[in-house]
Design a protein around this ligand. Structure first.
Ligand SMILES: C[S@@+](CC[C@H](N)C(=O)[O-])C[C@H]1O[C@@H](n2cnc3c(N)ncnc32)[C@H](O)[C@@H]1O
Length: 304
């Protein structure tokens, strides 16, 4: 039953463990939208060390008005981003994606320039070339620039529709962006803005903003909200089985979609437990320490 359409709160399920055996248990054709953001095979351990600074006249950092601060490491969140055989790892999971999608469901695969071409060929084999609808380029422009080549400042998101003639695309719900040359169009058009193309300019999660969870590779809500809003309907079921900090969960629940998240990293579970308390998640194969959790604020947050 489509509970969110009946006015009930959307449901959130969070599973702990290797995603393959978990998603193999889910019934066929049970999701409207599947998004995944697997580790990119960078060969590194993805880690983010969290620090806080405290006032200390002998500290290692200088701040406002010459005051000195001491840097204190409060912890490191990390997961391994190395697979000997990335495509061999991904392939059985992508076959599950095809099985799990409803007949009019869509799949979004978030990758970077190193892997996208290989995985595109793999997905064409699973979905059929006709099912490939778009390659969305998320361009972010942040951080240092190379002096030896063009700096790579984008990720790639491949969109496949199970049926290329029947999928969700809520055109009226697309957020509008400013014209680049407003002088060339009418004032009415300038006031309304234009729809984005397949290149989405959006900053990364701000290192010191409210959105940041501290989890490495956290994706910005601005990008993920747009995906959820345009490619699913209220009450739909959304799956992310490389969930990390739970960005898909937050975007889905706040837009009245039901979400199922999976991750094999305890750190990710702890981050999600805190971030998504407002949605009263059901945990599978894992339990949060109640002392770590903020008070649930479901009614305040849903529909905000
Ligand atoms: C790139 S991160 C996802 C980040 C997420 N999109 C976000 O916004 O926070 C990839 C995640 O996949 C998880 N992961 C890697 N292998 C996995 C597996 N076999 N089963 C479940 N999760 C896995 C890692 O623990 C990591 O949290």
């Amino acid at each position: 039953m489509n509970t969110a359409r009946l006015g009930h709160a959307p449901t959130l399920d969070i599973h702990f463990g290797d995603n393959l055996p978990i998603i193999q248990e889910f019934p066929s054709a049970s999701f409207d939208l599947i998004y995944i953001d697997p580790p990119f095979n960078t060969g590194r351990t993805q880690a983010r060390t969290q620090i806080k600074t405290t006032r200390d006249d002998n500290g290692d950092r200088e701040g406002f008005k010459g005051k000195r601060y001491r840097t204190v490491r409060v912890g490191t969140k990390a997961f391994t981003d190395t697979f000997d055989d990335f495509l061999g790892f991904l392939e059985p999971r992508l076959e599950e994606v095809f099985r799990l999608l409803k007949p009019n469901g869509s799949f979004f695969l978030h990758l970077d320039y190193r892997e996208v071409h290989y995985v595109k060929v793999l997905l064409d084999g699973i979905f059929g070339r006709d099912s490939f609808i778009n390659e969305i380029v998320w361009a972010y422009d942040y951080g240092a620039r190379s002096k030896k080549k063009w700096s790579a400042k984008h990720d790639n998101i491949l969109w496949y529709a199970k049926n290329p003639n029947d999928y969700t695309y809520r055109y009226e719900d697309i957020d509008r962006i400013p014209y680049m040359a407003p002088g060339l169009v009418t004032p009415e058009k300038v006031a309304r803005g234009k729809t984005p193309t397949d290149t989405w300019w959006h900053t990364i999660v701000s290192p010191n903003g409210k959105e940041k969870t501290g989890y490495p590779t956290q994706k910005p809500l601005g990008v993920i909200n747009r995906l959820i809003r345009v490619h699913s309907n209220p009450g739909d079921r959304v799956l992310d089985f490389f969930a990390g900090s739970g960005t898909i969960g937050e975007a889905a629940i706040k837009q009245h979609r039901n979400a199922v998240l999976v991750d094999s990293n305890e750190e990710a579970m702890s981050v999600m437990a805190k971030r998504l308390t407002f949605a009263c998640p059901t945990f599978h194969n894992w339990a949060p320490d109640p002392a770590d959790l903020p008070e649930p604020t479901l009614l305040d947050t849903i529909g905000a």
